[in-house]
Write a protein that binds this ligand. Structure first.
Ligand code: BG6
Length: 468
């Protein structure tokens, strides 16, 4: 299986999960949450040090190079770059750090793909205004984005406004796995709109400011194709609505500039539709992404809910669908996620057929496994054949999608070096490179050698790959 010429082999990460809090002047919501409730995090490990990328990046980048990583997706932390959120004044130390980092990446031959927001709302903006519930925060995000474009426009060719907006809704406003752990369906609806608006505003600003010919701007969406548990009409209807809510709510505005009309009708008849002005809708209509990043980990199987959505109950999106655990599924038990590579083919075809075959890439895919020292040899190398199998099987499906004409131009593993997974901290390790978090010693896993061969040959190595 030879991938198309120029196919990008990369890895993804984020600022809050890798940098550590060195020289940061503001807390983001995770810093604040850890400071107030450290027991919420696996083994009490917080975001202070993470993988020490702030200090270690020159060495880390060299190691990544050895793993064949030619592009690295990372994020700027709003809480590091901006001194005064209201005015958008830059914090010089933060600005210098990212400039040095991007320059070192270029010198190392690793192309930066930069995301502006990866779950890390500044804590002050969450507390003062309610974070993404507030349109004032949307305008502050626009100011931050403008500063980033001005500062790094000549260094960056691939910008992304948001990482996984859906997870922001789920974590902060629906299912309580991110601070402030609110459960409020109608607020989640408004947040969904506000994030789409913030993304469009940043795109508009990019078009005004950017002078780097060829630079693009996109969005990173976690797509979880919704599959009905059965052929029963009620399960299929549940899957239809789940698909609209989980995927199309962000895909359609980002790519076509409109919201799915049947979802809008449903929210309207439930009296929970977002507040939006005509000018805001026009802005969204006129500012689309150039490329799409797709994070794919697992499918979303659904069945009809236990009680009718007409029952007297607080509005939540899942009054329309219930998650279904398919018996006999293959699962990454450590993370509780079904492993279903075929969904990547389905995503490829859906982008081709429903979303104009926009240029896209897999911006995250990977497997988080706990206690990886189980698989370590006497020399300290983790033999993570399960990760190789996982990536291999997903790439087979991706390849099928590309052969069928889908416009996919890259694959980024989550992640390069084991990093901090939010509430799960260092429980599940995703890296091609192991991090001993007690010593910060970083070593290549077997999958790093496999990925290196893949990246250099542009051909899928076998799963029974032997170490060189
Ligand atoms: C994606 C995120 O949701 O998946 C990452 O963009 C995250 O930030 C990754 O770390 C893996 O998920 P988790 O919850 O196991 O860390």
């Amino acid at each position: 299986m030879k991938f198309p010429e120029g196919f990008v082999w990369g890895a993804a990460s984020s600022g809050p999960q890798s940098e550590g809090n060195f020289n940061k002047i503001h807390q983001n919501v995770f810093d604040y949450w850890y400071a107030t409730e450290p027991g919420e995090f696996f083994q009490g490990v917080g975001p202070d040090l993470t993988s020490n990328f702030y200090n270690d990046y020159p060495n880390d980048l060299q190691l990544m190079k050895k793993a064949g990583i030619k592009a690295l997706r990372l994020s700027i932390q709003w809480s590091r770059l901006i001194q005064d959120f209201e005015t958008g004044t830059v914090n010089q130390a933060g600005a210098d750090f990212y400039r040095r980092l991007f320059a070192t990446m270029k010198a190392t031959g690793i192309e930066p793909y930069v995301t502006l927001f990866h779950f890390d709302m500044p804590a002050d903006l969450q507390h003062q205004y309610g974070g993404w519930q507030s349109k004032h925060v949307v305008s502050l995000f626009e100011k931050y984005a403008k500063e980033a474009f001005k500062l790094y426009g000549n260094q960056i060719n691939h910008w992304f406004t948001f990482n996984e907006p859906k997870v922001i809704l789920d974590g902060q406003y629906l299912y309580q796995f991110h601070y402030p752990k609110i459960v409020d369906g109608p607020s989640a609806v408004q947040v969904a709109f506000n994030i789409n608006l913030a993304s469009a505003k940043a795109i508009a600003a990019f078009h005004q400011i950017n002078t780097n010919v060829g630079a693009t701007i996109g969005m990173i969406l976690n797509l979880t194709p919704a599959y009905a548990a059965s052929e029963k009409p009620c399960d299929k209807e549940a899957a239809r609505i789940a698909e609209l809510w989980t995927n199309d709510l962000f895909l359609q505005p980002a790519i076509r500039g409109t919201f799915p009309s049947s979802l809008v009708d449903l929210l309207k008849s439930d009296h929970v539709l977002w507040n939006a002005t005509g000018a805001e809708l026009d802005l969204i209509a006129n500012n689309q992404i150039d490329e799409l990043g797709v994070n794919y980990y697992h499918p979303f199987r659904v069945e009809a809910p236990d009680v009718s959505p007409k029952s007297l109950q607080d509005w939540m999106p899942d009054i329309y669908f219930k998650e279904y655990q398919m018996p006999g599924r293959i699962e990454n038990v450590d993370r509780g996620w079904e492993i279903y590579p075929k969904a990547l083919y389905d995503i490829a075809i859906s982008i081709k057929e429903r979303f104009g075959n926009i240029p896209w890439f897999v911006s995250e895919n990977g497997m988080g496994v706990s206690r990886e020292d189980r698989f370590m040899d006497d020399y300290g190398m983790v033999h993570d054949d399960y990760r190789i199998d996982f990536m291999h099987d997903h790439l087979v499906e991706l390849f099928r999608g590309i052969k069928a004409g889908s416009n996919c131009h890259g694959y980024f593993a989550w992640t390069a070096i084991d990093n901090w997974s939010w509430k799960n901290a260092y429980r599940n390790r995703y890296g091609l490179i192991r991090n001993n978090i007690h010593t910060q010693e970083k070593t290549l896993k077997k999958s790093a050698y496999w990925f290196n061969q893949l990246s250099h040959q542009n051909i899928l190595p076998p799963t029974n790959f032997k170490l060189p």
